[in-house]
Write a protein that binds this ligand. Structure first.
Ligand code: NAD
Length: 260
């Protein structure tokens, strides 16, 4: 379905991003990975994708806190794999604290990684899509792009901003063969959430699995985690021709969280 397309997936060295990269590669796209992590592990994931799906997969280690590194990554992707057709803004970080105690540097890091980086990648990659009259931009927001939770001032602000950015880009590209959508997952059990489960277990004096259950019971009516594969399938669907008229949407995949 995506044969010979070029996909750039930020934050794709683990979790949801890695799942999306694999799903797009499985559809035939050549993929530029991005993100931090152990060099050996990244290389294994990259080589495994190339072998399994018979596509080209590369990795660029741009730190998304720096606009110049983002520009270099987009240019390098186009030079190595062809003009970016699919851009998935997935990289994200979390930090929790009451707003009056929220460290200023954590605020800057979360807004930088979860929101500003998406502006810079879109700014740099969109002209390539416009030239080809085809493109898919997928912003991995969150239920926290639509509703709030305590102690997540920066994350909620960044994700609401990302949903707003999605709508503007959708309007500016409407009818041009390019779509821009946000995916808003509920709890997915990745490293980002595992840290929150561990903190909860410590605070409540319970074991990890009990803390995970409590986390789900509090917000996610299905009481089940969303899987990485489910989010990745939705991203792949948004890249299909069937989704050509879906643009500016914020698609929840949250076990009923935002229906409450
Ligand atoms: P994760 O921690 O497994 O993955 C985060 C990725 O981002 C990693 O590859 C990491 O290296 C990369 N990254 C972080 N800072 C970076 C930077 N400055 N430059 C480049 N790469 C950077 O987390 P995840 O749960 O897979 O999260 C992926 C996205 O999904 C995030 O935007 C997150 O907010 C969103 N999300 C996650 C959940 C969940 O429950 N896990 C729910 C809703 C939304």
């Amino acid at each position: 379905m995506l044969k010979d397309k070029t996909a750039l997936v930020t934050g794709s060295t683990s979790g949801i991003g890695l799942g999306i990269a694999r799903a797009l590669a499985a559809q035939g796209a050549n993929v530029m990975l991005n993100g931090f992590g152990d060099r050996g592990e990244i290389e294994r994931a990259r080589a495994d994708m190339e072998r399994s799906f018979n596509v080209r997969v590369m990795h660029h280690a741009a730190n998304l806190m720096h606009a110049t590194e983002i520009y270099e990554m987009v240019e390098w992707t186009c030079a190595q794999l062809g003009p970016v057709d699919i851009l998935v803004n997935n990289a994200g970080i979390q930090f929790t604290s009451p707003v009056e105690e929220f460290p200023r540097d954590k605020w800057d890091a979360i807004i930088g990684t979860n929101l500003s980086a998406a502006f810079h990648t879109i700014h740099d990659a969109l002209p390539f899509m416009q030239r080809n009259k085809w493109g898919r931009i997928i912003n991995i927001a969150s239920v926290h792009g639509l509703v709030a939770s305590v102690n997540k001032a920066a994350y909620v602000a960044a994700k609401h901003g990302l949903v707003g950015l999605t709508k503007v880009v959708a309007l500016e590209t409407a009818g041009s063969g390019i779509t821009c959508n946000a995916i808003c997952p509920g709890w997915v059990r990745t490293t980002l959430v595992e840290k929150q489960i561990e903190a909860r277990a410590l605070q409540a004096g319970v074991d990890i699995e009990t803390a995970a259950e409590q986390l789900l019971m509090e917000k996610q009516p299905s009481h089940q985690f969303v899987t990485v594969e489910q989010v990745a399938s939705l991203a792949a669907y948004l890249c299909s021709d069937a989704a050509a008229q879906i643009t500016g949407a914020s698609l929840t995949i949250d076990g009923g969280w935002t229906a409450q």
